[in-house]
Design a protein around this ligand. Structure first.
Ligand SMILES: Cc1cc2nc3c(=O)[nH]c(=O)nc-3n(C[C@H](O)[C@H](O)[C@H](O)COP(=O)(O)OP(=O)(O)OC[C@H]3O[C@@H](n4cnc5c(N)ncnc54)[C@H](O)[C@@H]3O)c2cc1C
Length: 484
């Protein structure tokens, strides 16, 4: 909770300079307001010295130039929903709140592109382009409140990755304010470009450590006509995993989403949903397919057969829907066209994370990914380690891609904190040893910075640090993230 502009004269000087250039109403220095910017969706906290709320690229450039002149840390922030501590200003300094830059600048239907400011909420963009039957596919669980700027900075994944890829696959061009305040434009507003090194890809997933995105051009697709949803419950994990192999590998179906939940996750959501979940269920698969109505209906019935062939205890199928929806949407909007049946099934998946707090007050939210063929093996190891340390875990995630959200659930205390740390380290070592990655969508932030060395060699880390130094020689841009 320490403030890092230790000299109060300089702090006042910086504040006044910021007020002069971006307006007093856009700069915050009182403690009540600054505390609101001290955390993200992890439980980490660090109060910034100052907060600024720019409205334009010129504002951002001026603010960053001032931070650069004084050598003050600057931490970009979208909605603060990150799960790796990315938006927490752990070295103090200035938090740059980008939520006021929330305009959809241009939708170009013929070019299949959209250009937005970074503070646009993901679902608002999806809804806007859906009005003209276009589709922005990446769908994190936080789509209803996270921002496109945060999504690009974390290379956010989500539910539709198996079929449509992740944020990276849709970013065509970026306007970026670099740490010296200069503005560059990477990429082109074309659906393809290979001129020179791919700076756009380099910045996607950079976790606010290289520059600030002030405009983002994204690729769009035609909106699929319909979505079909099926849920299947299994009496063991093996049956569920066999069913996923049958769907993807033997039968060559490519679902829009292929989600898995284990017994701890299932038990946590009992009572939170209208669904009657079988008592013996130890695993479930939640599957979406999209396309035209006939294909969707056909695919769903074939997937139902596959699940039954793999001893499903029960399957439920939602009425084919015209659009995806978020939890609580029917209540929030009062819309009658929001599909209740689909929502009821998806509520199971979306309620897991909050429901796990019924078990204990803390959880470490892991997001590793292994080659698909190694999922069985890694889950076996995870449950063995959970028994060894007597710490409960819940596994769920985008299983079609070999991705697992492993939630380690515990109550605070020095001894248990140490055991959780050991358990997480051992699991991540195991993940890397079988060819996996320590993070596949939440980013490293500072929550996982100590584990980066498990996956990247010292030489690779050195190259990355040199690249960062080239863009940010004073190290002001979100310091303390990615590299411990
Ligand atoms: C309930 C819930 C469900 C979630 N589900 C998913 C999921 O399915 N998949 C997934 O991948 N993640 C998920 N997340 C994590 C999180 O929502 C994503 O990482 C999201 O992209 C963060 O966006 P944000 O706007 O909240 O960014 P913030 O948390 O504010 O910031 C995240 C990082 O981006 C940087 N940043 C923000 N804006 C900019 C900018 N304009 N320029 C440069 N850097 C910037 C910040 O410095 C920080 O490092 C979930 C989180 C919650 C709470």
């Amino acid at each position: 909770m320490e403030q890092k502009i230790s000299n109060s004269k300089i702090r006042t000087e910086v504040f006044e300079e910021l007020c002069d250039t971006i307006g007093r109403e856009n700069a915050l220095d009182n403690i009540e307001e600054r505390i609101c910017y001290s955390f993200d969706a992890t439980k980490e906290k660090a109060v910034p010295d100052l907060v600024v709320r720019p409205h334009t690229t010129e504002h951002v450039s001026t603010i960053v130039s001032i931070a650069n002149k004084y050598g003050i840390p600057i931490c970009p922030r979208g909605a603060g929903t990150g799960l790796s501590g990315g938006a927490v200003p752990i070295k103090g300094g200035i938090v740059l709140d980008l939520k006021n830059m929330d305009k959809i600048v241009e939708i170009n239907a013929k070019d299949l592109t959209v250009t937005v400011e970074p503070g646009v909420v993901t679902k608002d963009l999806q809804d806007e382009v859906a009005k003209i039957r276009l589709f922005y596919p990446p769908e994190p669980g936080s789509a209803g409140f996270s921002t496109i700027g945060g999504n690009v900075a974390e290379c956010t994944g989500g539910m539709t990755g198996i079929k449509y890829g992740v944020t990276r696959d849709y970013v065509l061009a970026l306007e970026i304010v670099l740490p010296d305040g200069s503005v560059i434009n990477t990429g082109r507003k074309t659906l393809r470009s290979v001129a020179g090194y791919d700076l756009t890809r380099f910045f996607v997933g950079s976790e606010g450590t290289l520059g600030v995105f002030t405009k983002i051009t994204l690729k769009l697709l035609p909106l699929p006509e319909k979505i079909g949803t099926i849920i299947s419950y299994f009496k063991n994990i093996d049956n569920a995993l066999n069913a996923t192999d049958s769907i993807l590998i033997k039968s060559h179906f490519l679902p829009r989403s292929l989600e898995f939940v284990d017994k701890t996750g299932i038990d946590a959501v009992r009572g939170f949903t209208k669904e009657d979940i079988p008592e013996e269920a130890k695993a479930l698969l939640l599957i979406d397919v999209d396309g035209n109505e006939k294909n969707v209906t056909n695919d769903i019935s074939k997937i139902e057969v596959i699940c039954k062939e793999n001893s499903a205890l029960k399957t439920s199928i939602a009425k084919v829907s015209a659009r995806p929806c978020q939890p609580g949407e029917a209540v929030r909007t009062g819309r009658s066209d929001v599909d209740d049946e689909r929502n009821a099934l998806w509520d199971i998946r979306r309620s897991i994370s909050p429901s796990l707090f019924k078990i204990a007050s803390m959880k470490f939210n892991d997001d590793f990914c292994v080659p698909r063929s190694r999922v069985r093996e890694v889950l076996k190891k995870v449950y063995e380690l959970s028994k060894t340390y007597s710490i409960q875990v819940a596994a769920f995630g985008h299983i079609g891609e070999g991705h697992i959200h492993l939630n380690v659930i515990y109550d605070n205390g020095k001894k248990i904190d140490l055991s959780v740390h050991k358990l997480v380290s051992q699991i991540l070592k195991e993940v890397v040893s079988i060819g996996g990655t320590i993070t596949s969508e939440h980013g490293v932030g500072d929550a996982k910075s100590e584990f980066v060395g498990l996956e990247l060699s010292p030489h690779e880390i050195e190259i990355m640090k040199e690249l960062k130094k080239m863009f940010d020689p004073k190290g002001i841009m979100n310091p303390g993230k990615i590299f411990a």
